[in-house]
Design a protein around this ligand. Structure first.
Ligand code: COA
Length: 275
């Protein structure tokens, strides 16, 4: 089936990895209402797209995303309550439901500017790899607003309490190396190596059963919201769900390869898939 066409997004494919681009480079990929609606549609489509094993979210040109569109999302929607409601709904769906809840592993590949509202799609991805040259900033205080949408929640979740307060209150910018130091991204590499390093991580992940990855990411996302007893019960149930639903029967295969065949142990990398 042909790829869908969008006005503000672009899709690129490479061997099971789908690169989904914010594609308004002339506006530094600022998120306007059209982009929010198209993101909801694209993520809905790609979640069940058989050619997408890993999703990489990135930006066209010099920016990952310059955050919410100050003109089209803020100023122009001020006196359009219905359009504003629709945009807010799509913002929630995009960041929280569709992206954070995506059934396959997602990687934010931060190629350049990442400001304000851009922190939400960044944190909603499971993993993040940045260009050392990328610039990050919680610039909201400079616009007379707070880090709204999910941004405040995302930053206290992803950063230490002190770092979250520091960057939200000062609006100070920082580069990809600093983003890795404070744990906002997993690693930072020179921009020239960004795509190759991201593909390397994606290829490693594609050696692991997709159902095992899905259950693992769902477990990690849900347990912080639960008490200890509920988390224990939830994880026991999730484990049983995985055993019943993993078509590769990875648990049985792994134990067989380790105990009976003595050909696999974890230090050797991902468990060899069969068939
Ligand atoms: N909302 C709306 N438009 C934006 C935008 C945003 N968040 N970020 C950039 N743009 C637009 C600019 O208005 C400009 O439009 P124009 O060509 O019609 O004048 C175009 O994108 C290019 O921006 P420019 O500032 O000239 O590019 P630059 O490469 O010199 O700087 C940034 C890039 C990202 C540093 C700068 O655009 C910026 O600071 N943007 C605001 C980021 C921000 O604080 N976002 C949080 C919003 S809550």
């Amino acid at each position: 089936m042909a790829d869908r066409e969008y006005r503000t997004l672009k899709v690129e494919r490479e061997d099971g990895v789908t690169f989904l681009y914010f594609n308004r480079p002339e506006k530094r990929n600022a998120m306007n209402p059209t982009l929010l609606a198209e993101m909801v549609d694209a993520l809905d489509w790609l979640e069940t797209d058989p050619d997408t094993q890993i999703l990489v979210l990135t930006g066209a040109g010099d920016a990952f995303t310059a955050g919410m569109d100050l003109k089209e999302y803020f100023r122009e929607l001020d006196d359009q309550p219905e359009a504003r409601l629709k945009a807010l709904w799509n913002l929630r769906m995009f960041h929280h439901t569709r992206l954070a809840g995506f059934a396959k592993v997602t990687i934010a590949m931060v190629n350049g500017w990442c400001f304000g509202g851009g922190f939400s799609p960044l944190v909603s991805c499971d993993l993040a790899i940045a260009a050392e040259e990328a610039q990050f900033g919680l610039s909201e205080v400079n616009w007379g607003i707070i880090p709204g949408g999910f941004v405040s929640k995302d930053v206290v979740h992803a950063l230490s309490y002190r770092h979250a307060f520091w960057y939200a209150l000062t609006g100070e910018t920082f580069d990809g190396k600093r983003a890795a130091e404070i744990g906002l991204v997993n690693l930072a590499v020179p921009r020239a190596e960004l795509r190759a390093r991201t593909l390397e991580v994606a290829r490693h992940l594609m050696q692991i059963s997709p159902m095992v990855l899905r259950a693992t990411k769902e477990a990690l996302r849900v347990v912080p919201q639960l008490g200890w007893d509920e988390a224990f019960d939830y994880l026991m149930a999730k484990q049983a769900w995985l055993r019943a639903n993993d078509p590769e029967r990875s648990r049985d295969r792994g134990i067989r390869q380790f105990i009976d065949e003595k050909k696999y142990r974890p230090g050797l990398g991902p468990q060899p898939r069969e068939g």
